[in-house]
Design a protein around this ligand. Structure first.
Ligand SMILES: Cc1ncc(C[n+]2csc(CCO)c2C)c(N)n1
Length: 223
């Protein structure tokens, strides 16, 4: 079993709780209140802005071009794939990136991005940086694939563009290559550093769960 397979296995119960969260279950069934979804999209947009800073810290410690290429590929997915879908949703709600930048991240969101940025800032290098962003990328693939199996009719709901992004073959391939890169750089780490990495992965998985729980409440500060 590779290191990332081990990490995923250890955290599957948390990801299962994400999948079972009322927000995702209602999203799959198409019954989710769009005010909650709107709040999620706004917080997620603010989250992705902060997410970019994780790689800014990662870049300063990069020891080879492989690390830089991986960070670039992660960021370009945020910007091109997810970014495009998010913008369609923001527009649908009469918002755009500019009009939401002044809004605060809700506390669970802030706690999550704070944790990721700290891991990349205080960590020794690429392994810690990848640990901070692996749960977000890989849990989405795991969760949305299962959600689509459970609710094939989600294709007929307003939430399909989001589900489609994370269930596409190209997203699965991208995840595989990010995982393979992580396994490569973690191969020769000593036990102590592996344990620290595992702790970051755990913490960020729990933050994913808290983000889904937070999203069941609509934001109260949106136009
Ligand atoms: C709270 C939250 N968690 C995870 C994602 C998914 N995600 C974030 S960045 C990225 C690109 C590759 O890592 C992916 C898939 C999200 N949008 N919002």
């Amino acid at each position: 079993m590779t290191f990332t397979q081990e990490l995923i296995e250890k955290n599957l119960s948390v990801w299962q709780q994400c999948l079972d969260s009322p927000f995702l279950q209602q999203l799959g069934a198409g019954t989710l209140d769009e005010a909650c979804f709107k709040g999620y999209i706004v917080d997620d947009s603010l989250y992705l802005r902060e997410y970019a800073k994780v790689f800014a810290w990662g870049m300063t410690k990069a020891e080879d071009l492989d690390a830089i290429r991986t960070y670039y590929s992660l960021l370009s997915f945020v910007n091109e794939g997810e970014g495009a879908t998010r913008l369609v949703y923001l527009n649908r709600y009469g918002l755009d990136d500019h009009s939401i930048q002044h809004l605060p991240q809700r506390p669970e969101n802030l706690a999550y991005t704070g944790c990721m940025i700290k891991a990349a800032r205080d960590g020794k290098g690429a392994p810690e940086c990848m640990m901070a962003c692996l749960p977000c990328m890989v849990s989405y693939q795991w969760i949305f694939q299962r959600l689509l199996q459970q609710y094939p009719n989600v294709r007929e709901t307003p939430f399909w563009p989001l589900v489609r992004d994370y269930t596409s073959q190209s997203y699965e391939q991208a995840c595989q290559s990010w995982l393979a890169y992580t396994d490569r750089i973690c191969q020769d780490l000593d036990a102590e550093r592996k344990a620290q990495c595992s702790e970051i992965f755990r913490e960020c998985s729990l933050h994913e769960l808290h983000f889904w729980e937070m999203s069941l409440q609509p934001r109260t500060d949106l136009p």
